[in-house]
Design a protein around this ligand. Sequence first.
Ligand SMILES: [Zn+2]
Length: 161
Amino acid sequence: MVTEKEIWVLLEQVKDPEVPVLSVIDLGIVRSVQTQEDKISITITPTYSGCPAMDVISMDIRLKLIEKGYRNVRIQQQLSPAWTTDWMTETGKQKLKAYGIAPPNHKQQFCKEEMFFEEAVQCPRCHSHHTQLISQFASTACKSMYRCLDCKEAFDYFKCH
Ligand SMILES: [Zn+2]
C-alpha cells in the first residue's frame, strides 16, 4: 500500500531539468496524485506545450518512483487548463531568485507580447527595475534574457504566459 502523501513527498525530490533548484512541486505542474493499492496515477500539466523538458520530467518522475520500488506508475498530461506561472509556489519563486533567475512577475500573468517589452523585470542580483530585454530566448525557450542597467549583469527571466 502506498499513500498519496508519500508520492507528493517523493515528487518534491524531482527537479526541473532546466532549473535544477526547482522541484516539480515548486513549478506547480503536478495536478493530482492518485493511488489505489500499488497503482499510482500522476497527472501533470506541461509548463509550455512542446517544452522538451516535459518528457524529461515525466521520465524523472518515473525513475524516482522506480528507485523507491514503485513500478506501477501511470503519468498522464493534462493540457487544459493551461499552466500559468501563477501556479508556481512562493517557495519556487524565491528559489528562482536565489538561483539568479528573475521569477515571473505577477503583473505579467496575462501579458501580451507587446506588454512584455514595457513591463519592468526586476534584477535578481541588485533588485533594480532598471533592466533591458536583450533576447526573447535565453538558454531555453521558456526564459528570456535581460541585462540590468545598474549592476550591468545579464540574467535570465522566467517568462510569463
Ligand atoms: Zn542589477
